[in-house]
Design a protein around this ligand. Structure first.
Ligand SMILES: Nc1nc2c(ncn2[C@@H]2O[C@H](COP(=O)(O)OP(=O)(O)O)[C@@H](O)[C@H]2O)c(=O)[nH]1
Ligand SMILES: [Mg+2]
Length: 446
């Protein structure tokens, strides 16, 4: 193993900047730079020296001998003053002494390879740093502390026990059918299937918290889309005027509902026009729809549902959830509203006064399937969902094999697939491509 080094604090100016070093040369690098021996895990206040024995900086140094360190290797931390220039000099000195610059995520990758963390925990470090709400941060901590991994591991143990039973029944082929025909086998299999489905449901919430959803606001010009964007974000980011065709570029704002990030885009009003710029805006609006997780389609309550609205609604992709909004209800009386609701099942709001916005937020949550239980959530990634889904699918297949003709070999094969899919989550079973993909998305120094 070579020795890696990187800035552990973000670039820029700060009170303190930390250079972190991991690998076999950590100890000798400490000796060269500090000229004094360090007591393991004890912070020492000392001078950092350059190659000509001039003082580069004065700060704190801590040495963590492996395996009791973050990476499991010898680790040295040099806490200097947080200036870009001074830290660059220190890092250069460390490189001169034989370390090389770490790649993104390489510290965490080494921690994983040395069994200090499993893959879920390593990912949780990155997710914790990137968390955009208190709920997301709390859930990331739960993943980091191993709650998600333990859930997976406990389930895996049950699955493996069952697999052993099935495999051994097959080996005694005479009695195979008797063994497998027992009601207990099918009921255990069904229990496993419902267990994995429960984990999957929690993981789905975790992905929502982690990644959020893309929401696009669509509708004809002047219905109030930009006003809604501004209202939701609490910022005056979109220009609002009574002139149709004001918005052309896509405007994006991120807001939170119960800690879930919503990436909201406001689009050009959809109408027939000959303006080149506006046409381009409308083209982009439709492109935005393609990548959306949720569409908010808005009409002007004062105008009502027009033929144009109907034709636009017909063009919306059926596989993306949609919420219909009747805006400007502050201009309508109750009778008008009721009439409107008869031919358009929408939620009545006023983007201008904020009426109905709380109800809209609630509806968004239920539409995307977010149940805020407040506890027990862990942060998850799409990768985890994919693995859990493959596991569930294999167990469903397994049930089918048992309910029809009892096919022990086929069941055993499905159980093998289920186990392998789950092992990918914690990284017990992983390949280099997957690891490269995960760790390269980290920042340098993590
Ligand atoms: N009374 C009232 N006017 C609104 C409301 N929402 C938007 N407007 C007005 O409608 C016009 C068009 O709004 P805008 O947000 O630019 O619509 P967009 O073209 O869909 O983005 C502006 O004059 C807004 O002030 C609302 O809820 N009530
Ligand atoms: Mg607009």
């Amino acid at each position: 193993m070579d020795t890696i080094a990187a800035l552990a604090t973000p670039p820029g100016k700060g009170g303190v900047g930390i250079v972190r070093i991991s690998g076999p040369l950590s100890k000798s690098i400490a000796g060269e730079i500090l000229k004094k021996p360090l007591t393991p895990r004890i912070a020492s206040y000392l001078s950092f020296y350059d190659s000509s024995c001039n003082v580069l900086d004065i700060g704190i140094a801590i040495f963590f001998p492996g395996p009791n360190s973050f990476t499991g290797e010898d680790v040295l931390e040099l806490h200097g003053h947080g200036g870009q220039f001074i830290l660059d000099l220190l890092l250069q000195r460390v490189i001169e002494l034989g370390a090389r610059l770490a790649k993104p995520g390489e510290f965490s990758e080494r921690a994983f390879l040395n069994d200090k963390l499993d893959l879920v925990q390593a990912e949780a470090i990155s997710d914790l740093i990137n968390a955009s709400s208190a709920q997301a941060a709390r859930s990331a901590i739960r993943s980091l502390s191993g709650e998600f991994s333990n859930t997976i591991t406990e389930f895996l143990e049950k699955l493996i026990q069952f697999r052993i039973y099935v495999e051994s029944s097959i080996d005694f082929s005479e009695e195979e059918i008797d063994f497998l025909a027992e009601a207990k086998v099918l009921s255990t299999l069904k229990d496993l299937r419902s267990d994995v489905n429960n984990i999957l449901q929690v993981a789905k919430q975790g992905v929502l918290l982690n990644e959020g959803i893309k929401v696009v606001i669509l509708g004809q010009p002047n219905v109030g889309k930009s006003t809604l964007l501004n209202g939701l974000s609490g910022r005056d980011s979109a220009i609002v005027t009574a002139i149709a065709g004001t918005t052309r570029d896509i405007l994006r704002e991120s807001i939170h509902i119960d800690g879930i990030p919503l990436h909201v885009s406001d689009t050009a009003g959809l109408r027939d026009t000959t303006g080149i710029v506006e046409l381009e805006g409308i083209r982009r609006a439709w492109k935005e729809v393609e990548v959306a997780d949720l569409i908010l389609f808005m009409i002007d309550g004062g105008v009502g549902l027009s033929a144009k609205d109907k034709s636009l609604i017909a063009q919306l992709p059926a596989d993306i959830p949609q919420i219909f909004l009747i805006n400007k209800i502050d201009l309508l009386d109750a009778i008008d509203q009721r009439k409107l609701n008869d031919d358009f099942a929408g939620i009545a709001i006023s983007a201008k006064t904020g009426e109905g916005i709380a109800a809209l937020k609630q509806l968004i949550k239920t539409t995307i399937g977010y149940e805020h239980t407040g506890q027990g959530l862990f942060l998850a990634r799409r990768r985890h969902l994919d693995a859990l889904q493959r596991c569930e699918q294999a167990l469903i297949q397994g049930c089918a094999h048992m309910e029809g003709h009892i096919a022990g070999e086929l069941l055993a094969e499905e159980l093998r697939i289920a186990q392998q899919a789950l092992s990918e989550i914690t990284g017990e079973f992983s390949n280099e491509d997957l690891l490269g993909h995960i760790f390269s998305s980290f920042c340098i120094g993590k």
